[in-house]
Design a protein around this ligand. Structure first.
Ligand SMILES: [Zn+2]
Length: 437
């Protein structure tokens, strides 16, 4: 059998189409892929494996797919909370970005984000920010998978002083990273329909070509009013009118997408990223994620950046998403644990066009695997592992993480990142932020 790694003695939550859960199961890995999966490891397989990892009766599940981040914004975690979106953005975040976002700060900030994601079981993220070249270097060094979008906005932005060059800048970045790393998929991220002109949106979509095109849209009611006044349409209908919605477009938030907008997204086969924590904190509203899923739109979960969402821990987002929709619908049966876990894994992978490679534990897929320790009191006893993952577990319960067949976390120790060095670098930047305001 000759496997590189065998993970055994775990409850394997496959998130395959039948949502099979294998008691006392194993997952075998070779050359970065899952080559076998099942119950009760044959002894011969155990002796033939290069490395044998005992899951200790814990839960083995596919690495989370976080469909919306702004990784370097870990630097601004907790800097400005409890404010309306526009005040938060224009009076706090944009000025802080202008002063502190440089290639030199983006690297350590992204490594901090990667450490946090790995330690809480995320093996794939979809990011949009500035200096994305430095973001890509850091994520690649961390050894996790990512769709990384260079930001486009019609204002001077970090690394792009002249907005008329924003799309050219993004295109140069995508060309550089197109085939550079098997883990990094470049992308273009337009900030929003209200900060990018129609021409910029069209040009950016064209430049993205077959890569993922990301955009925040329909996030708040004032945004919808403004787009309606200026363009006579809802933000989603406006983007459709511009021809930028298709199966390679990821619409982030879509909080105010109504049934007509949902049918547009569905018709164009566009995907959505649902970020309930950020939407709740900024009081943006409640996206109709249940209806979007019902319509067949691939809807993944996202944390958003740490400046608005404060955490990259997908366990918290899953728990919050499940409960938010139950309250909103006055129906405890909506967004059950299985649906939420699928959104955090396979639906997120679909939203990023990666479901043939990741998002579930199945033969032939990439070995993006998490082992969760269930030995703590808050995870005992265990009747239904998917319930534990969504409602009881937290990032701190993650014991081991493998990305593309390589361990990035073993026994809570980061394998690809040097935490003391990251912490020192981030402390230095944070000190200058708190000194200068
Ligand atoms: Zn965002």
């Amino acid at each position: 059998m000759d496997w590189d790694t065998l993970i055994h003695n775990g409850t394997v939550v496959t998130v395959n189409p039948d949502f099979d859960i294998i008691e006392n199961g194993f997952v075998a890995v070779k050359n970065g892929r899952i080559v076998d999966i099942g119950a009760l490891t044959p002894d011969a397989g155990r002796s033939a494996a290069g490395e044998c990892v005992d899951a200790g009766g814990g839960i083995v599940f596919p690495g989370f797919v976080n469909t919306h981040t702004h990784l370097p914004m870990t630097l601004f975690r907790g800097l400005a909370d409890d404010l309306p979106l526009m005040t938060w953005l224009q009076e706090h975040i944009f000025p802080a970005e202008e002063r502190y976002i440089t290639p030199g700060t983006v690297g350590p900030a992204t490594l901090l984000a990667c450490a946090e994601m790995i330690l809480s079981g995320t093996t794939t993220c979809c990011d949009g920010y500035f200096h994305e070249d430095a973001v890509a270097e850091a994520v690649d060094a961390a050894g996790i998978r990512a769709v990384l979008g260079q930001g486009v906005i019609d204002y001077p932005a970090p690394g792009v002083g002249d907005p008329s060059k924003n799309v050219d800048h993004a295109l140069a970045y995508t060309e550089k990273w197109r085939d550079r790393s098997p883990l990094i998929m470049p992308s273009i991220f337009c900030h929003s329909p209200y900060t990018c002109s129609p021409g910029t949106l069209r040009r950016a979509k064209k430049a993205a070509g077959d890569l993922i095109f990301q955009i925040h849209a329909a996030e708040t009611r004032p945004e919808c009013r403004r787009i309606q006044e200026e363009h006579g349409r809802s933000p989603i209908a406006y983007l459709d009118h511009l021809g930028v919605l298709d199966e390679r477009t990821l619409v982030v938030h879509a909080v105010w997408a109504d049934m007509e907008d949902i049918s547009i997204l569905n018709r164009r086969r566009a995907a959505a990223s649902h970020c309930p924590l950020s939407n709740m904190k900024l009081a943006g509203g409640i996206a109709q994620a249940v209806e979007m899923l019902r319509a067949g739109i691939p809807v993944g979960l996202g944390t958003d950046g740490c400046a608005s969402g404060n955490t990259l821990d997908m366990f918290r987002t899953m728990d919050m998403a499940a409960k938010l929709h139950k309250v909103a619908a006055s129906d405890p049966t909506v967004m059950d644990a299985r649906t939420i876990l699928e959104m955090a894994t396979i639906r997120g992978a679909e939203a990023l066009g990666l479901s043939d490679r990741i998002g579930s534990l199945e033969k032939g897929k990439s070995a993006d695997i998490v082992v969760l320790d269930t030995g703590s009191p808050h995870l005992q006893p265990m009747h239904r592992p998917e319930s534990h993952l969504v409602y009881s577990a937290g990032g701190a319960d993650v014991r081991d993480v493998m990305a593309a067949g390589r361990w990035v976390l073993r026994d809570r120790r980061l394998k690809t990142l040097h935490w003391p060095a990251i912490r020192d670098a981030v402390d230095g930047i944070a000190a200058s932020i708190s000194t200068n305001g």
